[in-house]
Design a protein around this ligand. Structure first.
Ligand code: ZN
Length: 459
């Protein structure tokens, strides 16, 4: 029988927002002993930018009563965040339960950063992620999860919405899926249809509806393309108390997007962020060793969120060329880190934002080039492999190499290795099915004249 995990989440309302949340978790058949932690806290992710919330009143117990524990850092399954295990002083018997209170994050002075997985309140409510709100069992097995909101300390009409569902949710999933989920709770406002919703807590100064309505048909088209007819997607909005905002953090079927409380909102830019994050639902390569899969997960997301709305007829040549010059031109060709190897980038990417953007542009261009090679050789398309994998079944670099070897031979594998190593890519002569003009430029980068490219619409 599978282990079971019951989660009760009780938010408390005060002064027009959520002032803290009490969590109670009860696990059946979850193994824990002085050598196996009962649960874990994930902390200091993304180079310390994303902490676990401050908490109080942490208690654990089982059928025999209270459990004393010691806390110890253990190896994290993800190199991008630290993991602290809570080890009981004796073997656990029967139902293991633990409870604690978590407080919304108080942002450090001068803070202005995404990612948005942290636990933050704003007028109207609070939002965050699974990893940075839940103390999660240390098991790789699937769990039967039952998650319920206790809204007895919230105003009538409050909603509690997780990326995987609203209200009480029963779902079999792994701890990682629960961890990488997003949620919002409070007096939630919404623009939604059957499959896509935008959820926000404070009324922003821009109009959400026209942007959401532009997204509805594109999401529908992507669902069909990736053979995922039941997909539902949720956009959670967060109001940032700093000026530079408009970032986004994704999980499967949802993302959290920020806007600044000080205005300066750019609807076109936000629309682009939204399509990118929405498209994250599908292409996926394992990135547990951060850097190994980023070029693919981000690059393929860029590729499909630009290409599909274009070929589907939702966005025109002018719009798409602008995107290409932003996503390939600016993020790759004009990027001072354009020749930095993929595995070097994670070491500096949270300090150097342009380094962080490099794999997006590099991956996008590399995938578009590979697609052009495949089509020219009559060997299908990258779509063939991308659709075989996903968040449930992540692709690994080895799968990609096997695909290249089978369809295009060893030379394509060598080109892949060169891309990983940071060798400058040139656009394939048949890139994007020859629908756009590719123009060669010379630009100045790192104090040198170097080769660059941009795209134009065909006359
Ligand atoms: Zn992304």
């Amino acid at each position: 029988m599978r282990p079971e995990l019951k989660i009760e989440i009780r938010p408390y309302w005060e002064n027009g927002t959520v002032s803290f949340i009490d969590y109670e978790l009860r696990g059946q058949r979850i193994k824990a002993s002085p050598d196996i932690p009962m649960f874990c806290r994930y902390d200091e992710a993304f180079g310390g930018l994303c902490p676990f919330p401050e908490m109080d009143y942490l208690e654990a117990g089982d059928d025999r009563g209270a459990l004393c524990y010691r806390e110890k850092e253990i190896t994290s399954f993800n190199s991008g965040m630290r993991c602290f295990g809570y080890f009981p002083e004796r073997a656990v018997e029967g139902t293991l339960s633990w409870r604690y209170r978590a407080y919304p994050r108080i942002l450090p002075e001068g803070y202005r950063s995404s990612p948005y997985y942290d636990f933050r309140a704003e007028p109207g409510g609070l939002n965050g992620s699974g990893f940075f709100s839940l103390l999660l069992p240390a098991t790789e097995r699937e769990l039967d999860v039952r998650l319920r909101w206790n809204m007895s300390s919230m105003p009538p009409g409050s909603r509690g919405i997780f990326s995987f569902g609203e209200g009480t949710v029963e779902k079999t999933m792994k701890v990682t899926e629960l961890g990488i989920s997003l949620f919002t709770v409070g007096m939630v406002r919404a623009v939604e249809n059957d499959s896509l919703g935008v959820y926000y807590l404070s009324e922003p100064e821009f109009e959400i509806r026209p942007i959401a309505e532009k997204l509805f048909p594109i999401f529908q088209y992507e669902k069909n393309f990736f053979h995922d007819p039941d997909a539902k997607f949720k956009v959670f909005l967060r109001r940032d108390p700093f000026v530079i905002s408009n970032g986004g953090s994704a999980c499967r079927y949802a993302f959290l997007s920020g806007y600044s409380a000080f205005g300066g909102f750019d609807p076109e830019k936000w629309f682009n962020v939204l399509i990118h994050e929405m498209t994250h639902t599908w292409p996926y390569m394992d990135d547990s060793n951060v850097g190994e899969g980023t070029w693919f997960t981000e690059g393929a997301t860029e590729y499909y969120c630009t290409w599909l709305p274009y070929v589907g007829g939702f966005l025109d040549d002018d719009f798409t060329v602008k995107c290409l010059n932003e996503k390939i031109g600016k993020r790759y060709y004009q990027n001072p880190f354009r020749e930095m190897p993929n595995m070097e980038i994670p070491k500096i990417q949270w300090k150097e934002r342009s380094a962080q953007e490099c794999p997006y542009g590099r991956g996008f261009l590399y995938l578009a080039n590979t697609d052009a090679q495949l089509r020219r050789a009559g060997k299908g398309s990258i779509d063939d492999i991308v659709k075989q994998f996903g968040w449930d079944r992540p692709m690994h670099p080895g799968d990609w190499k096997d695909f290249l070897r089978e369809r295009l031979g060893q030379k394509a594998v060598d080109q892949f290795e060169e891309m990983i190593g940071g060798k400058l890519l040139e656009p394939d002569p048949d890139i994007f099915e020859n629908r756009f003009q590719v123009v060669k430029d010379e630009i100045e980068l790192n104090g040198q004249k170097v080769l660059s490219y941009h795209f134009e619409t065909k006359k």
